[in-house]
Design a protein around this ligand. Structure first.
Ligand SMILES: CC(=O)SCCNC(=O)CCNC(=O)[C@H](O)C(C)(C)COP(=O)(O)OP(=O)(O)OC[C@H]1O[C@@H](n2cnc3c(N)ncnc32)[C@H](O)[C@@H]1OP(=O)(O)O
Length: 210
């Protein structure tokens, strides 16, 4: 079994560690976190070091692959971190075994998909996307890099979601919609029109608030 390290020992990192271990896909060997002391035990998993230490631990074969457990409030940081490591450290792709992902889909590196998600035909999920529990992504849609889907997001067919977007819990995006980069969607939002500029959108139908 491959050995996995997780960057971020906070809530999201801990949830990833739980699902990965419970699903028996990787052996989780430790966290890297700039805000937790080296050697601290978090949910029975050791903090191996800071982010600057990732390369050394990989060189010493402590882990085989890494995944990022940094949440939706820090997507630009996530992108920088991913780009700084991607040429030297292998990123894991974790798809919980309870998900249905059609064989025609393309799933990038560093992608993490929590239990119960359904992804239909010809969907593209680019690198470092995080998808929380029970999302539905219908056919021919694309989720671009470093985007975060909260629980139970529903995305219809032929939808394109940009980079570094955060889609709130239980939101809906109807078919043939394009959402720009750096868009944040509040919980329960219903998107029925194109979103062409970055910012925060809420409500049914969605409206720009800032
Ligand atoms: C496993 C997990 O937990 S993953 C994380 C899941 N979490 C989420 O999905 C959270 C999504 N976050 C939200 O929905 C938040 O309300 C945000 C980010 C949209 C806005 O938060 P804030 O910046 O604090 O905005 P604030 O609460 O001041 O609201 C601004 C206005 O938008 C409205 N508003 C805020 N959120 C929503 C919403 N989800 N739907 C409709 N209206 C909303 C407010 O009523 C307010 O309207 P008003 O100016 O007419 O009074």
């Amino acid at each position: 079994m491959k050995k996995l390290a997780i960057i971020g020992a906070g809530d999201l990192g801990q949830q990833i560690a739980y699902h990965v271990a419970q699903d028996n896909q990787f052996e989780v060997v430790g966290f890297f976190d700039d805000f937790a002391a080296q050697g601290t035990i978090v949910k029975q998993i050791k903090v191996l070091g800071k982010l600057k230490d990732v390369g050394n631990y990989f060189a010493n074969k402590v882990f085989d692959e890494v995944i990022i457990g940094i949440g939706y409030k820090h997507l630009a940081f996530r992108e920088d971190l991913y780009n700084s490591l991607k040429n030297t450290i292998p990123f894991a792709t974790f798809i919980h075994s309870s998900c249905y992902v059609d064989a025609s889909c393309s799933i990038g590196k560093g992608v993490c998909i929590f239990p119960g998600t359904v992804i239909d035909q010809q969907v593209t999920i680019k690198d470092d996307v995080f998808i929380n529990v029970s999302c539905t992504i219908a056919h021919d849609s694309t989720i671009d890099r470093h985007t975060f889907l909260s629980p139970r997001v529903a995305i219809a067919g032929f939808v394109n979601i940009g980079k570094r977007c955060s889609i709130g819990v239980n939101s809906t995006v109807i078919d043939n919609i394009n959402i720009a980069d750096d868009v944040q969607i509040g919980g329960g939002t219903v998107v029925i029109k194109q979103i062409e500029k970055s910012g925060l959108y809420v409500g049914n139908p969605s409206r720009f608030i800032r």
